[in-house]
Ligand binder design. Structure first.
Ligand code: ZN
Length: 431
Protein backbone atom coordinates (compact mmCIF):
# COMPACT_ATOMS: atom_id res chain seq x y z
CA UNK A 1 0.00 0.00 0.00
CA UNK A 2 1.26 3.43 -0.86
CA UNK A 3 1.34 5.32 2.41
CA UNK A 4 1.40 8.77 0.83
CA UNK A 5 -1.77 7.98 -1.13
CA UNK A 6 -3.20 6.61 2.02
CA UNK A 7 -2.42 9.79 3.97
CA UNK A 8 -3.85 12.06 1.31
CA UNK A 9 -6.82 9.69 1.11
CA UNK A 10 -9.71 9.86 -1.30
CA UNK A 11 -12.81 10.12 0.73
CA UNK A 12 -12.08 8.37 3.99
CA UNK A 13 -13.57 5.08 2.89
CA UNK A 14 -12.13 1.98 4.42
CA UNK A 15 -9.68 0.01 2.31
CA UNK A 16 -9.06 -3.68 2.35
CA UNK A 17 -6.48 -4.67 4.99
CA UNK A 18 -6.60 -1.33 6.84
CA UNK A 19 -8.56 -1.03 10.04
CA UNK A 20 -10.97 1.87 10.48
CA UNK A 21 -8.87 2.94 13.44
CA UNK A 22 -5.65 3.04 11.41
CA UNK A 23 -7.34 4.92 8.60
CA UNK A 24 -8.74 7.46 11.00
CA UNK A 25 -5.34 8.00 12.61
CA UNK A 26 -3.77 8.62 9.22
CA UNK A 27 -6.52 11.01 8.21
CA UNK A 28 -6.14 12.88 11.49
CA UNK A 29 -2.40 13.09 10.82
CA UNK A 30 -3.02 14.37 7.29
CA UNK A 31 -5.34 17.17 8.46
CA UNK A 32 -3.11 18.19 11.38
CA UNK A 33 -0.05 18.14 9.14
CA UNK A 34 -1.66 20.44 6.56
CA UNK A 35 -2.65 22.92 9.25
CA UNK A 36 0.76 22.67 10.92
CA UNK A 37 2.67 23.39 7.71
CA UNK A 38 0.31 25.63 5.72
CA UNK A 39 -1.29 27.71 8.48
CA UNK A 40 -5.04 28.36 8.89
CA UNK A 41 -7.27 26.68 6.29
CA UNK A 42 -11.01 26.59 5.71
CA UNK A 43 -12.87 23.28 5.56
CA UNK A 44 -13.14 23.52 1.80
CA UNK A 45 -9.40 24.16 1.45
CA UNK A 46 -8.72 21.14 3.66
CA UNK A 47 -11.10 19.07 1.55
CA UNK A 48 -9.22 20.11 -1.55
CA UNK A 49 -5.77 19.50 -0.12
CA UNK A 50 -6.39 16.15 1.56
CA UNK A 51 -8.88 14.62 -0.86
CA UNK A 52 -11.09 13.73 2.11
CA UNK A 53 -14.78 14.58 1.90
CA UNK A 54 -16.32 17.52 3.73
CA UNK A 55 -18.09 15.59 6.44
CA UNK A 56 -14.97 13.54 7.23
CA UNK A 57 -13.02 16.80 7.50
CA UNK A 58 -15.66 18.13 9.93
CA UNK A 59 -15.35 15.01 12.11
CA UNK A 60 -11.55 15.14 12.08
CA UNK A 61 -11.48 18.84 13.02
CA UNK A 62 -13.86 18.01 15.87
CA UNK A 63 -11.55 15.29 17.10
CA UNK A 64 -8.48 17.54 16.85
CA UNK A 65 -10.39 20.24 18.78
CA UNK A 66 -11.17 17.72 21.50
CA UNK A 67 -7.50 16.87 21.99
CA UNK A 68 -6.64 20.58 22.11
CA UNK A 69 -4.55 20.80 18.96
CA UNK A 70 -6.85 22.71 16.65
CA UNK A 71 -9.45 25.44 16.99
CA UNK A 72 -11.91 26.78 14.48
CA UNK A 73 -12.86 30.43 14.24
CA UNK A 74 -13.39 33.38 11.94
CA UNK A 75 -10.90 34.02 9.16
CA UNK A 76 -8.29 36.60 10.23
CA UNK A 77 -9.20 39.11 7.52
CA UNK A 78 -11.90 39.01 4.93
CA UNK A 79 -12.59 40.79 1.74
CA UNK A 80 -15.41 40.59 -0.72
CA UNK A 81 -19.08 40.02 -0.19
CA UNK A 82 -20.74 37.21 1.73
CA UNK A 83 -20.14 35.67 5.08
CA UNK A 84 -16.54 34.43 5.43
CA UNK A 85 -16.21 30.71 6.08
CA UNK A 86 -14.49 29.81 9.35
CA UNK A 87 -10.92 28.58 9.33
CA UNK A 88 -9.24 25.85 11.32
CA UNK A 89 -5.88 26.63 12.87
CA UNK A 90 -3.48 24.77 15.14
CA UNK A 91 -3.18 25.68 18.79
CA UNK A 92 0.61 26.04 19.29
CA UNK A 93 0.31 25.02 22.96
CA UNK A 94 -1.25 21.70 21.88
CA UNK A 95 2.29 20.33 21.48
CA UNK A 96 5.45 22.23 22.39
CA UNK A 97 9.08 21.28 21.81
CA UNK A 98 12.26 22.49 23.43
CA UNK A 99 14.61 22.77 20.45
CA UNK A 100 18.33 22.89 21.16
CA UNK A 101 21.35 23.27 18.94
CA UNK A 102 24.90 22.66 20.11
CA UNK A 103 27.54 24.10 17.80
CA UNK A 104 31.21 24.75 18.35
CA UNK A 105 30.57 28.46 18.98
CA UNK A 106 27.21 28.55 20.71
CA UNK A 107 24.16 26.88 22.18
CA UNK A 108 20.81 27.92 20.77
CA UNK A 109 17.45 27.11 22.39
CA UNK A 110 13.90 27.85 21.27
CA UNK A 111 10.52 26.80 22.53
CA UNK A 112 8.42 25.99 19.48
CA UNK A 113 4.79 24.93 19.31
CA UNK A 114 2.56 23.42 16.64
CA UNK A 115 2.45 25.50 13.48
CA UNK A 116 6.09 26.47 14.04
CA UNK A 117 5.09 29.11 16.58
CA UNK A 118 8.19 30.33 18.41
CA UNK A 119 7.45 31.24 22.02
CA UNK A 120 10.94 32.27 23.05
CA UNK A 121 14.54 31.91 22.07
CA UNK A 122 17.97 32.36 23.50
CA UNK A 123 21.51 31.88 22.22
CA UNK A 124 24.60 31.61 24.36
CA UNK A 125 27.82 32.37 22.50
CA UNK A 126 30.69 30.39 23.95
CA UNK A 127 34.40 30.69 23.26
CA UNK A 128 35.88 27.77 21.33
CA UNK A 129 37.26 26.33 24.52
CA UNK A 130 36.01 22.78 23.98
CA UNK A 131 33.44 22.61 26.76
CA UNK A 132 32.86 19.17 28.21
CA UNK A 133 29.57 17.38 27.51
CA UNK A 134 28.63 17.87 31.20
CA UNK A 135 29.21 21.65 31.06
CA UNK A 136 27.27 21.76 27.84
CA UNK A 137 24.26 19.94 29.24
CA UNK A 138 24.32 22.22 32.29
CA UNK A 139 24.41 25.29 30.01
CA UNK A 140 21.45 23.90 28.04
CA UNK A 141 19.49 23.40 31.26
CA UNK A 142 20.28 26.95 32.45
CA UNK A 143 19.26 28.47 29.12
CA UNK A 144 16.08 26.40 28.87
CA UNK A 145 14.74 26.92 32.36
CA UNK A 146 13.28 30.44 31.90
CA UNK A 147 11.95 29.52 28.45
CA UNK A 148 10.11 26.49 29.80
CA UNK A 149 8.80 28.48 32.78
CA UNK A 150 7.35 31.12 30.43
CA UNK A 151 5.25 28.65 28.42
CA UNK A 152 1.45 28.92 28.74
CA UNK A 153 0.05 26.93 31.66
CA UNK A 154 -1.99 24.64 29.44
CA UNK A 155 0.81 23.65 27.08
CA UNK A 156 1.53 19.99 26.39
CA UNK A 157 5.24 19.20 26.33
CA UNK A 158 6.02 16.94 23.38
CA UNK A 159 9.71 16.57 24.09
CA UNK A 160 13.10 18.05 23.31
CA UNK A 161 14.98 17.92 20.03
CA UNK A 162 18.75 18.31 20.18
CA UNK A 163 20.86 19.08 17.14
CA UNK A 164 24.55 18.36 17.70
CA UNK A 165 27.52 18.93 15.42
CA UNK A 166 28.74 15.33 15.35
CA UNK A 167 27.96 11.69 14.67
CA UNK A 168 24.79 11.09 16.68
CA UNK A 169 23.10 7.69 17.08
CA UNK A 170 19.39 8.23 16.52
CA UNK A 171 18.15 5.50 18.83
CA UNK A 172 19.52 6.98 22.07
CA UNK A 173 21.47 10.17 21.34
CA UNK A 174 24.86 8.56 21.85
CA UNK A 175 27.53 10.79 20.30
CA UNK A 176 30.11 8.56 18.72
CA UNK A 177 32.34 11.39 17.56
CA UNK A 178 32.10 15.16 17.49
CA UNK A 179 35.54 16.10 16.19
CA UNK A 180 35.03 19.86 16.30
CA UNK A 181 33.64 19.76 19.85
CA UNK A 182 36.37 17.34 20.91
CA UNK A 183 33.91 14.65 22.08
CA UNK A 184 34.09 10.91 21.64
CA UNK A 185 31.80 8.10 22.87
CA UNK A 186 29.54 10.41 24.86
CA UNK A 187 26.08 9.29 26.09
CA UNK A 188 24.72 12.81 25.57
CA UNK A 189 21.11 11.62 25.19
CA UNK A 190 21.15 9.95 28.64
CA UNK A 191 22.83 13.00 30.19
CA UNK A 192 20.23 15.33 28.68
CA UNK A 193 17.33 13.17 29.90
CA UNK A 194 18.74 13.20 33.44
CA UNK A 195 19.44 16.95 33.52
CA UNK A 196 16.47 18.41 31.63
CA UNK A 197 13.70 16.32 33.18
CA UNK A 198 12.06 15.88 29.78
CA UNK A 199 11.12 12.30 29.00
CA UNK A 200 11.29 12.28 25.25
CA UNK A 201 14.57 13.55 23.85
CA UNK A 202 15.33 13.08 20.18
CA UNK A 203 18.81 13.82 18.96
CA UNK A 204 20.39 14.07 15.54
CA UNK A 205 23.26 15.59 13.69
CA UNK A 206 22.74 19.32 13.18
CA UNK A 207 22.92 19.15 9.39
CA UNK A 208 20.28 16.39 9.36
CA UNK A 209 18.12 18.69 11.50
CA UNK A 210 18.91 21.62 9.19
CA UNK A 211 17.84 19.55 6.18
CA UNK A 212 14.57 18.67 7.89
CA UNK A 213 13.98 22.32 8.82
CA UNK A 214 14.53 23.55 5.27
CA UNK A 215 12.46 20.66 3.88
CA UNK A 216 9.48 21.31 6.12
CA UNK A 217 9.56 25.09 6.49
CA UNK A 218 12.21 26.61 4.25
CA UNK A 219 13.69 26.48 0.76
CA UNK A 220 12.69 22.85 0.21
CA UNK A 221 9.05 22.85 1.16
CA UNK A 222 7.93 21.93 -2.37
CA UNK A 223 10.44 19.21 -3.22
CA UNK A 224 10.94 15.56 -2.32
CA UNK A 225 14.67 15.16 -2.98
CA UNK A 226 16.80 17.67 -1.13
CA UNK A 227 20.40 17.95 0.01
CA UNK A 228 21.38 20.50 2.63
CA UNK A 229 25.02 21.55 2.78
CA UNK A 230 26.02 23.83 5.65
CA UNK A 231 29.36 25.44 6.40
CA UNK A 232 30.10 25.53 10.10
CA UNK A 233 33.56 24.77 11.46
CA UNK A 234 33.34 21.79 9.17
CA UNK A 235 30.81 20.94 6.48
CA UNK A 236 27.54 19.30 7.48
CA UNK A 237 25.30 17.51 5.02
CA UNK A 238 21.73 16.30 5.41
CA UNK A 239 19.89 14.32 2.77
CA UNK A 240 16.14 13.93 2.23
CA UNK A 241 15.10 11.36 -0.33
CA UNK A 242 11.54 11.13 -1.50
CA UNK A 243 10.44 13.07 1.57
CA UNK A 244 12.27 10.81 4.00
CA UNK A 245 15.48 11.70 5.85
CA UNK A 246 18.31 9.42 4.76
CA UNK A 247 19.97 8.38 8.00
CA UNK A 248 21.90 5.18 7.33
CA UNK A 249 21.68 2.27 9.75
CA UNK A 250 22.46 4.26 12.93
CA UNK A 251 21.96 7.87 11.88
CA UNK A 252 25.56 8.49 10.83
CA UNK A 253 24.85 9.00 7.12
CA UNK A 254 25.60 12.27 5.39
CA UNK A 255 29.11 12.85 6.72
CA UNK A 256 30.15 14.15 3.33
CA UNK A 257 32.39 16.73 5.04
CA UNK A 258 34.70 13.81 5.81
CA UNK A 259 34.83 12.31 2.34
CA UNK A 260 38.24 12.69 0.74
CA UNK A 261 38.38 15.29 -1.98
CA UNK A 262 42.12 15.93 -2.13
CA UNK A 263 44.57 13.08 -1.39
CA UNK A 264 47.34 15.70 -1.27
CA UNK A 265 45.35 17.83 1.17
CA UNK A 266 45.74 18.74 4.81
CA UNK A 267 45.15 16.55 7.88
CA UNK A 268 41.57 16.70 9.19
CA UNK A 269 40.38 16.60 12.81
CA UNK A 270 38.73 13.26 12.07
CA UNK A 271 42.17 11.69 11.57
CA UNK A 272 41.99 11.46 7.78
CA UNK A 273 43.62 13.62 5.12
CA UNK A 274 42.17 15.91 2.44
CA UNK A 275 38.56 15.77 3.65
CA UNK A 276 36.08 18.05 1.88
CA UNK A 277 35.94 20.31 4.93
CA UNK A 278 39.72 20.77 5.05
CA UNK A 279 39.47 22.29 1.55
CA UNK A 280 36.18 24.19 1.77
CA UNK A 281 35.68 24.70 5.52
CA UNK A 282 36.15 27.72 7.70
CA UNK A 283 39.85 27.22 8.49
CA UNK A 284 40.72 26.85 4.81
CA UNK A 285 38.80 30.01 4.05
CA UNK A 286 40.55 32.04 6.77
CA UNK A 287 43.94 30.77 5.71
CA UNK A 288 43.40 31.45 1.98
CA UNK A 289 42.13 34.94 2.80
CA UNK A 290 45.22 35.61 4.93
CA UNK A 291 43.23 36.17 8.11
CA UNK A 292 45.21 35.25 11.24
CA UNK A 293 44.56 32.09 13.24
CA UNK A 294 42.07 32.54 16.02
CA UNK A 295 39.63 34.62 13.98
CA UNK A 296 36.62 32.43 13.45
CA UNK A 297 32.85 32.24 13.59
CA UNK A 298 31.02 35.55 13.43
CA UNK A 299 34.24 37.59 13.78
CA UNK A 300 35.68 35.91 10.69
CA UNK A 301 32.47 36.49 8.73
CA UNK A 302 32.47 40.16 9.63
CA UNK A 303 36.05 40.64 8.42
CA UNK A 304 35.44 38.68 5.22
CA UNK A 305 32.25 40.52 4.30
CA UNK A 306 33.86 43.85 5.09
CA UNK A 307 36.86 43.13 2.86
CA UNK A 308 34.74 41.62 0.09
CA UNK A 309 32.53 44.72 0.04
CA UNK A 310 35.66 46.79 -0.46
CA UNK A 311 36.59 44.52 -3.40
CA UNK A 312 39.75 43.28 -1.69
CA UNK A 313 41.29 41.00 -4.32
CA UNK A 314 42.87 38.46 -1.93
CA UNK A 315 39.55 38.00 -0.13
CA UNK A 316 37.52 37.71 -3.33
CA UNK A 317 39.98 35.19 -4.75
CA UNK A 318 39.85 33.13 -1.53
CA UNK A 319 36.05 33.13 -1.61
CA UNK A 320 36.09 32.08 -5.26
CA UNK A 321 38.47 29.21 -4.48
CA UNK A 322 36.44 28.07 -1.47
CA UNK A 323 33.33 28.24 -3.63
CA UNK A 324 34.95 25.98 -6.21
CA UNK A 325 35.96 23.38 -3.60
CA UNK A 326 32.45 23.58 -2.20
CA UNK A 327 31.08 23.06 -5.71
CA UNK A 328 33.33 20.06 -6.43
CA UNK A 329 31.87 18.32 -3.39
CA UNK A 330 28.31 19.38 -4.19
CA UNK A 331 28.80 17.96 -7.69
CA UNK A 332 29.77 14.59 -6.16
CA UNK A 333 26.57 14.66 -4.11
CA UNK A 334 24.51 15.52 -7.19
CA UNK A 335 26.01 12.54 -9.01
CA UNK A 336 25.35 10.24 -6.05
CA UNK A 337 21.83 11.31 -5.04
CA UNK A 338 20.19 13.05 -8.03
CA UNK A 339 18.52 15.75 -5.90
CA UNK A 340 15.97 18.28 -7.11
CA UNK A 341 17.37 20.93 -4.83
CA UNK A 342 20.66 21.60 -3.06
CA UNK A 343 20.24 24.08 -0.22
CA UNK A 344 23.37 25.95 0.81
CA UNK A 345 23.36 26.96 4.48
CA UNK A 346 25.56 27.89 7.43
CA UNK A 347 28.28 30.48 6.78
CA UNK A 348 28.13 29.79 3.02
CA UNK A 349 24.72 31.44 2.98
CA UNK A 350 26.13 34.65 4.51
CA UNK A 351 28.84 34.67 1.83
CA UNK A 352 26.64 33.32 -0.94
CA UNK A 353 27.00 36.19 -3.38
CA UNK A 354 30.80 35.84 -3.20
CA UNK A 355 31.05 32.04 -3.36
CA UNK A 356 28.25 31.39 -5.84
CA UNK A 357 30.28 31.76 -9.02
CA UNK A 358 33.04 29.43 -7.80
CA UNK A 359 30.40 27.03 -6.51
CA UNK A 360 28.70 26.80 -9.90
CA UNK A 361 32.08 26.34 -11.60
CA UNK A 362 33.01 23.49 -9.25
CA UNK A 363 29.65 21.81 -9.71
CA UNK A 364 29.99 22.02 -13.52
CA UNK A 365 33.43 20.41 -13.28
CA UNK A 366 32.38 17.48 -11.15
CA UNK A 367 28.79 16.56 -11.94
CA UNK A 368 27.23 14.66 -14.81
CA UNK A 369 25.04 16.55 -17.22
CA UNK A 370 21.75 14.76 -16.61
CA UNK A 371 21.57 14.98 -12.79
CA UNK A 372 23.09 18.49 -12.91
CA UNK A 373 20.34 19.61 -15.28
CA UNK A 374 17.72 18.53 -12.73
CA UNK A 375 19.35 20.04 -9.65
CA UNK A 376 18.60 23.55 -8.55
CA UNK A 377 21.15 25.09 -6.17
CA UNK A 378 19.87 27.73 -3.80
CA UNK A 379 20.73 29.63 -0.66
CA UNK A 380 18.89 28.45 2.46
CA UNK A 381 15.82 30.32 3.73
CA UNK A 382 15.98 29.69 7.46
CA UNK A 383 19.60 30.79 8.03
CA UNK A 384 21.10 29.80 11.37
CA UNK A 385 17.68 28.73 12.63
CA UNK A 386 17.39 25.74 10.29
CA UNK A 387 18.71 23.09 12.72
CA UNK A 388 16.51 24.38 15.59
CA UNK A 389 13.42 24.39 13.40
CA UNK A 390 14.33 20.90 12.16
CA UNK A 391 14.76 19.70 15.76
CA UNK A 392 11.24 20.88 16.56
CA UNK A 393 9.85 19.29 13.39
CA UNK A 394 11.47 15.95 14.26
CA UNK A 395 9.73 15.79 17.64
CA UNK A 396 6.44 17.19 16.31
CA UNK A 397 6.36 14.61 13.52
CA UNK A 398 5.72 11.96 16.19
CA UNK A 399 2.83 14.00 17.63
CA UNK A 400 1.34 14.67 14.19
CA UNK A 401 1.54 10.99 13.22
CA UNK A 402 -0.73 10.09 16.15
CA UNK A 403 -2.28 13.12 17.91
CA UNK A 404 -4.75 11.13 19.98
CA UNK A 405 -2.03 8.71 21.09
CA UNK A 406 0.16 11.63 22.16
CA UNK A 407 -2.63 13.14 24.27
CA UNK A 408 -3.46 9.77 25.83
CA UNK A 409 0.18 9.30 26.85
CA UNK A 410 0.52 12.86 28.16
CA UNK A 411 -2.75 12.89 30.09
CA UNK A 412 -2.10 9.47 31.52
CA UNK A 413 1.09 10.82 33.08
CA UNK A 414 3.04 8.22 31.20
CA UNK A 415 4.69 10.37 28.59
CA UNK A 416 7.43 7.79 28.43
CA UNK A 417 10.18 7.84 25.88
CA UNK A 418 8.66 6.55 22.71
CA UNK A 419 11.71 7.55 20.75
CA UNK A 420 12.27 4.12 19.29
CA UNK A 421 8.63 3.96 18.31
CA UNK A 422 8.65 7.16 16.29
CA UNK A 423 9.34 6.38 12.72
CA UNK A 424 10.83 9.35 10.86
CA UNK A 425 9.27 7.79 7.75
CA UNK A 426 5.92 8.57 9.31
CA UNK A 427 6.45 12.29 8.74
CA UNK A 428 3.63 13.03 6.35
CA UNK A 429 4.86 14.40 3.07
CA UNK A 430 4.25 18.06 2.28
CA UNK A 431 2.39 18.61 -0.92
ZN1 ZN B 1 37.73 14.58 8.12
Amino acid sequence: MNVSNWISGNGGDNRRGVSTEELRRHNLAAVLDRLHVSGPLSRSELTERTGLNRSTIGDLIGELEEVGMVEEGPAPSTSGPGRPSPVARVRPEGAVVLAVEVTVDSIGVKTIGLGGHVYNEQRLVRPRARFSPKETIEDIAKLSEPLLAALPDDHAMAGAGLAVAGLVRRSDGFVDLAPNLGWRNTPLGDMARAELGIDLIMMANEADMGALGEYRRGAGSRVGHLIYVAGEVGIGTGIIQNGVPMLGSAGYAGEAGHTMINPAGLPCRCGSIGCWETEAGEEALASKAGIPDGTHGQALLTVLIDRAEQSDSVTLEALGEIGRWLGLGVGNLINTFNPELVVIGGFYSDLYEYVEEGLRRGVMESSLEAPLGMAEIRRCELGVDAPLIGAAELVLSGVIADPAGFVARTNGGVAQSVQAGIDPDATPAVD
